[in-house]
Structure formats: structure tokens, C-alpha cells
Design a protein around this ligand. Structure first.
Ligand code: PEP
Ligand code: MG
Length: 755
């Protein structure tokens, strides 16, 4: 056809657009598309294979092979050249296809005479949806331009596939792979089961317009968008948005690097040259990144690919003007899926609709996990690549008890989970029955069970669980939700409400514990290399006495003359505790001078969560009214493992001998000075860990509301004395080989403890 044949990718895309607008049936449209591609590429054959949910690649349309092979010929993933391309998500170009070791001959297609072969994966979000192939009987070396043109065309086919354009061509009983059910093993952060619908925390931008009218105009749009994006990244640096977390700074650094990477930008420009709009070109290049990311085993490279992927999302947002889904638009039973998110992000979602969160990263002691638990959400982490393989609206089941996620579950799985939910409702009812029973072991040791809290939303659970009070009220959560510093009156309102809801039960208000991963964007400072060990918590409070004074003032006023318990976080040296006490004393005197009611009694406690304080306990204990152990930070600092980094955080058992010895040191010292000691770290809410704590003499445990029932049930069936003796022996004998965990697990099994 001379010049009419060929004409380059831009002509092809325009023709495709016209075909998409024509009133054709699905198969006719697809046939016309492969005809157009063959014609444009001067190929004898053009075939389109679709990956089905049973991992077979089915021939959906062909120009040049025998028509009767359509919907008949299939190849398995990894089988033949088409299967190879699908499995590796990489293009393949061959002068002589039959000589390739993976070549698989299908007689029904009549492909014998075709030697040269060019195949590209049809990708969406990095997942293979199908394969597009051209073949020629003459020996022909396909150039890079031709591969690029095929990939550009494949982007459009991928969109059509995911928009269910070919729904009617799918045989009954099978489906395209994109919608395949998936099961993922995950790590549990918050127990329970949730059946719901995916809401992507960073929703993919939907590209509507694929084919460019004017390539120069598209390039100008791209250039402008890249400039805007670079400026916004520079701004973030300048504003120091990420100053409190070195992780975030790293990400920003790599954003900046990629945003100025000519290679990346050039590849997008090339896709525009081939006729795509700026946003479609960005998505086309992003597809390659995602495909590499999903197949990359090296965690470092994978992280960088994640960053590049995020950057592409940013660029897409600038180009399309698409923002995030508003938190208010959540569907019922929403399950938020994210690579990672901070506690403040989580708190922005509508609590009445949110059932669960699923993170690709994260660790159980990260604050987002703590907040999720305190909100009673089902929460899991380390769900490999989940944000890339699901779509907003997908059905999902999150089993936070077993640590499994079912994405697009089959009806059988759904039915069995519906039963499980009924069962867990029974379990909840059983725990509710325990509510008014005193938590006393079989041999008469009383254990005080308390809540960790921080929001009005989670205080109401006190009524349901029958806990003895709030052992830890994390006041920083109010600061993390707010967009600006909460005023004195707002702080008073929250504390008053907390005291009102708790009624007769005591609430231990912890002074602001900002910093580390508790990012409060409006309280900026210099960037820090190690924010967890930086200017945070009490250090920040003592350096900014205005902040501390306001909070103490709010607490004293909220008490309205009643007794008040205040807990000082991150005490590294006793001297700091004294300084905090001084501030409280001054505020108390000031309030008294105004004639307003002052608390009839203030009990002041110290968190023990910095290892150094373990060697100053004899000075600390006489000065405090109570102590509270923060195992999350204490274990982080004792083992030098970032609590929010799952790669290292799980390497060291928090109840292994060295850590348990450290905890016992505190318990013994508190006993000598007759000071009440509470555990308020996450250890308290896990049955085996709680058993370890009880066995070293702790009797006050503060935990997320959902853990109270299971821990109480365990206590009620427990005879504590024998295990205390066994653990004491293990601790003093210094048996370094024997694991305390194994000892406790075996013992719990022998005693038939409900663990
Ligand atoms: C802890 O460190 O264990 C603790 C209870 O405090 P947070 O988790 O808020 O740092
Ligand atoms: Mg802490």
C-alpha cells in the first residue's frame, strides 16, 4: 500500500482512535485494530493474546494467522515466545523466531512461514494483561522505534481491557487475569476480620485522553508539568516538610534525582513522539517502572523504583489536575490500601466507614499501626505490592488474626469468611460477658487492665471492655490530626471530654510525645539525621516551654479540681523529670492564684523507655508517683532497631532474655520503692508477651481496647506462680540458648491457656 501502509505510530494512533469511536461489536473492533497495526507496521501477522485468570494466554484476534485459531489457541504463562514475554513483561524481537529455544509451534494457527517476530507485553500498573505480536515471513530486524510503537499501541489495548471493552469475548467461567483473586500473606497489626472494598490511599490517576492531537502541544504540557513538579519538590525541601523523618528525606532526595533525570523525561517525550498525550506517555513509561518493580527482588532497587513510580503519579496529577479521593467520600466498609501512611493520614479518614488498613510496608510498633489499633481497626502490613495490584472498589477480605489478605476473593472464600465473622461476633460477645469479671488469676493474683487511648473516638470502648481506666492517653494524637497548633481552649475541651467519658475511672495523660515518626507538620525544625533519637518529646517540650506550659495549663483546668495523673515521656535523665515537675508546679501555683479550682491531687509519673534511665532507677523511683514502661521505644533503643522498620524490627524478640532482664530490673526497682509500674507498650496486648510480663511480676497492663478481652480471658485461666518460678530460673541461670518464648508457649499449651 506504499505510503498508506505504515505512516508511523502517530498515524496508527489516530486510526485507532477513529476505530474506537466507530459503532462496532467487540470482536469486529478488535479485528480492525489488529488489521490496522499489521498494515501500519508492514507486518504479515498481528496477533493479540489476552492473559486469563487461569494463566493461559488466549488468542483474541489475529491478522494473518488462521481465523479459526481465534479463542481456540492458548499458551501457558512462560510457554512459547508469547508466554515468555508475558512472564517477563519485556519486549522480544527476533530475526528467526523458530530458532529461539522457547519457540512453541501451534499447527492450528498456520504460523509456519513466519520467521521474524516482535512481541510486547500489554501492561497495566506493571501487570501483564496480554501480549501483542507482529510477524513477517521475510527476515526482518525490527528496530527500537518499532518496539516503541508497539508498546504505545499496547498502552491503549491495556486501557480497553481494563475498561472491560472485551467483556463479551471472554468465555463463560473464565476471566481476564487482571481480575484474578489473590491471596497475600501479611503481618498482623490489628486483630479481627474485615470484609469490604478497596480504597487506594494514593489513587491511580485515570488517564482519559490517550491520543494526541498535537505532539508539540503535548510536549509543551509535559515540560510545564515537570517544571511545576520540580518546583513543588524544591518547595517541600525548603519548607522542611519532611524534617522529622530521615526516611522521608531520602524519598524526597530520590524524587529530586529522578525529576531531573533526563533519561526518564526523554522516554516520556519519545512516547509523545509516537502520538500519545503527555499523561498517556507518562503512564506508558510508568508501566515499565511498575513491571520492573513487581519483579525486582533487591529491596533497595525496589524502593527506588517505588519512588520513581510515586513521582510518575505526581506528574500525572499535575497533568490531569486529579487530586486524591476526599476522605469523606469513603464507601461503607472501606479498606484503605497504601504503600505506607502516617498516623495523621489515617486519622483523616471517616471512622464510621473505615474497617481496615492494609499497608505494603510498616511494622506493628509504627505509630500508624498503634493508631489503627486504638481505633479498633483491623490492620495488616507487609502486603507485598498490594497497592499495585488492586483497584479502588475491588472486593477485599482482611484477616488480621491469621495475617492473610484475600483480594477479589472467590465466592467460596467470601462465604467461609461470612461464617468467620459470625464466629468472631460470638467471640466478642464472649469477651463482653467477661466485662464485669475481676481479672484475677486462678491463684489469686489481681491484674489491672487499662486502655491505651488518645482520641475521643476510642474512649467509649472503656464501657465495652470494662477496663479499669486509661493507662496511657497519647495527647500528641490531637496535635497530629490538627492542621495547626491546637489552642489552649481546644486542648482543655479534649481533656475535659476524656475525663467526662472515663467517669470514675482514672486517665493517665501523657505530656506531648512529638517527634520520631509522630510528625506534626506545623512544628518545624531543622532536618535531623536520626529523628527517633533527635529533638523530640520531652526534649522538645523543655526547649519550647510555651508549648509545655500551655498543655499543662489545659490539663490543670480540665481537671476542674479533681485528681490528675500526668505522665512524662522520653525521660532520659532524672534531671529532666524534675524540670517537667517544676513547670507543672508553677502552672499549678498560677492557677491557684487565679482562684480557679486546682486538682486536689496530682500524681506525676515517668515513662521508662530510654535505656539510660535503667541505670538511674534508684534516683528516679523516690521522685515519682508511678512509672510506665514504653516497650516500643525501650526495645527499639536497647536493640538499636528502628521500631518502624520491619526489616530489622522483627529480628529481635522483645521478650528474649536480655530484654526481659531489662524489664525485670525496672519491675524489681519499682517494687523496692513501692511505686506502681504499668506496661503501656504494645507488648502488654499480646498474650504470650503479656504472660512474660506477668511472669516477671508485672500486674498493670495498658493496651489497645481490642486486646482487653483476649488478655483477660488468658488471665482468668492462668495459674501464675509456677510460671513465675520457671521464668525466674531461666532469667537467673543465664541460659542463653533457651528461649523464654518457647518456654511460655509450651507452658501455655500444657495449661490449655486460650492463647
Ligand atoms: C512506647 O514507646 O512503648 C510507648 C508506649 O510510647 P509510644 O509508642 O507512643 O512511643
Ligand atoms: Mg514511646
Amino acid at each position: 500500500m506504499g505510503n498508506a501502509a505504515g505512516g508511523g505510530p502517530r498515524v496508527l494512533l489516530r486510526q485507532l482512535r477513529e476505530t474506537l469511536a466507530e459503532p462496532l461489536g467487540s470482536q469486529d473492533r478488535l479485528n480492525k485494530i489488529v488489521d490496522l497495526i499489521a498494515d501500519n507496521m508492514r507486518a504479515d501477522v498481528c496477533s493479540f493474546y489476552v492473559l486469563r485468570d487461569d494463566s493461559a494466554l488466549e488468542l483474541f484476534a489475529t491478522h494473518g494467522l488462521k481465523p479459526e485459531a481465534v479463542h481456540m489457541t492458548t499458551l501457558r504463562l512462560g510457554e512459547g515466545l508469547v508466554g515468555l514475554i508475558a512472564a517477563e513483561a519485556e519486549p522480544l524481537s527476533l530475526l528467526d523466531a523458530t530458532a529461539h529455544p522457547a519457540f512453541a509451534y501451534r499447527p492450528e494457527t498456520g504460523e509456519d512461514p513466519f520467521n521474524s517476530f516482535l512481541g510486547v507485553p500489554v501492561l497495566r500498573s506493571g501487570q501483564t494483561l496480554g501480549v501483542l505480536v507482529v510477524q513477517n515471513s521475510e527476515r526482518r530486524a525490527y528496530g527500537e522505534d518499532e518496539t516503541e510503537a508497539m508498546l504505545t499501541t499496547a498502552t491503549i489495548l491495556a486501557e480497553m481491557l481494563s475498561a472491560s471493552e472485551f467483556e463479551s469475548l471472554i468465555k463463560p467461567g473464565s476471566d481476564i487475569d487482571l481480575r484474578r483473586p489473590r491471596m497475600l500473606e501479611v503481618v498482623s497489626f490489628g486483630e479481627g476480620i474485615a470484609l469490604g472494598h478497596v480504597v487506594l490511599h494514593d489513587p491511580r490517576v485515570v488517564v482519559m485522553n490517550f491520543v494526541a492531537d498535537d505532539t508539540d502541544e503535548e510536549k509543551a504540557r509535559l515540560e510545564k508539568a515537570i517544571r511545576t513538579m520540580r518546583m513543588s519538590i524544591d518547595d517541600m525541601f525548603k519548607r522542611g516538610d519532611m524534617q522529622l523523618s530521615s526516611d522521608h528525606r531520602d524519598i524526597l532526595e530520590s524524587y529530586r534525582m529522578f525529576a531531573h533525570d533526563r533519561g526518564w523525561v526523554r522516554r516520556i517525550e519519545e512516547a509523545i513522539d509516537n502520538g500519545l498525550t503527555a499523561e498517556a506517555a507518562t503512564e506508558r513509561v510508568q508501566n515499565d517502572t511498575r513491571a520492573r518493580m513487581l519483579r525486582q527482588a533487591d529491596p533497595y532497587i525496589r524502593d527506588r523504583l517505588h519512588d520513581l513510580d510515586d513521582l510518575a503519579n505526581r506528574l500525572l496529577r499535575v497533568l490531569t489536575g486529579n487530586g486524591k479521593v476526599g476522605a469523606t467520600e469513603l464507601p461503607d466498609n472501606a479498606v484503605v490500601v497504601a504503600r505506607n501512611m502516617g498516623p495523621a493520614d489515617l486519622l483523616e479518614y471517616d471512622r464510621t466507614k473505615l474497617r481496615a488498613i492494609v499497608l505494603e510496608d510498616g511494622a506493628a510498633t509504627a505509630h500508624v499501626a498503634i493508631v489503627a489499633r486504638s481505633l479498633g481497626l483491623v490492620a495488616v502490613g507487609q502486603a507485598d505490592s498490594i497497592a499495585s495490584i488492586c483497584e479502588t472498589g475491588d472486593d477485599i477480605i482482611v484477616d488480621g488474626t491469621l495475617g492473610v489478605v484475600y483480594l477479589r476473593p472467590t465466592s467460596e472464600i467470601e462465604a467461609s469468611y461470612a461464617d468467620k465473622v459470625k464466629l468472631s461476633a460470638k467471640r466478642r460477645a464472649h469477651f463482653a460477658e467477661l466485662r464485669d469479671k475481676p481479672s484475677i488469676t486462678k491463684d489469686g493474683v489481681e491484674v489491672t487492665l487499662l486502655h491505651n487511648s488518645g482520641l475521643v473516638a476510642d474512649l467509649h470502648a472503656l464501657e465495652e471492655t470494662g477496663a479499669a481506666g486509661v493507662g496511657l492517653f497519647r495527647t500528641e494524637l490531637q496535635f497530629m490530626i490538627a492542621s495547626k497548633l491546637p489552642r489552649l481552649s481546644e486542648q482543655i475541651d479534649l481533656y475535659r471530654e476524656a475525663i467526662r467519658i472515663a467517669g470514675d475511672k482514672p486517665v493517665v495523660f501523657r505530656l506531648l510525645d512529638i517527634g520520631g515518626d509522630k510528625v506534626v507538620p506545623y512544628l518545624r525544625s531543622m532536618a535531623e539525621e536520626n529523628p527517633a533519637m533527635g529533638w523530640r518529646s520531652l526534649r522538645l517540650a523543655l526547649d519550647r516551654p510555651g508549648l509545655l506550659r500551655t498543655q499543662v495549663r489545659a490539663l490543670l483546668q480540665a481537671a476542674d479540681g479533681r485528681p490528675l495523673k500526668i505522665l512524662v515521656p522520653m525521660v532520659t535523665e532524672v534531671a529532666e523529670f524534675r524540670q517537667a515537675r517544676q513547670v507543672i508546679k508553677k502552672e499549678w501555683e498560677r492557677l491557684k492564684r487565679t482562684g480557679a479550682p486546682v486538682p486536689e491531687k496530682i500524681e506525676l509519673g515517668s515513662m521508662v523507655e530510654v535505656p539510660s534511665l535503667l541505670f538511674e532507677l534508684d534516683h528516679l523511683m523516690p521522685e515519682v508517683d508511678f512509672v510506665s514502661i514504653g516497650s516500643n521505644d525501650l526495645v527499639q533503643f536497647l536493640t538499636a532497631t528502628d521500631r518502624a522498620n520491619p526489616r530489622v524490627a522483627r529480628n529481635y524478640d522483645p521478650i528474649a532474655l536480655p530484654r526481659l532482664r531489662a524489664l525485670r530490673l525496672i519491675v524489681d526497682s519499682a517494687a523496692r520503692y513501692n511505686v506502681p509500674v504499668t506496661m503501656c507498650g504494645e507488648l502488654a496486648g499480646r498474650p504470650i508477651e503479656a504472660l512474660a510480663l506477668l511472669s516477671i511480676g508485672m500486674t498493670r497492663l495498658s493496651m489497645g481496647a481490642s486486646s482487653i478481652g483476649p488478655i483477660k480471658e488468658m488471665i482468668l485461666s492462668l495459674e501464675i506462680e509456677p510460671i513465675r518460678t520457671a521464668v525466674a530460673a531461666a532469667l537467673s541461670e543465664g541460659a542463653d540458648g533457651g528461649s523464654i518464648r518457647d518456654l511460655l508457649v509450651e507452658w501455655a499449651a500444657r495449661q490449655n491457656l486460650p492463647i
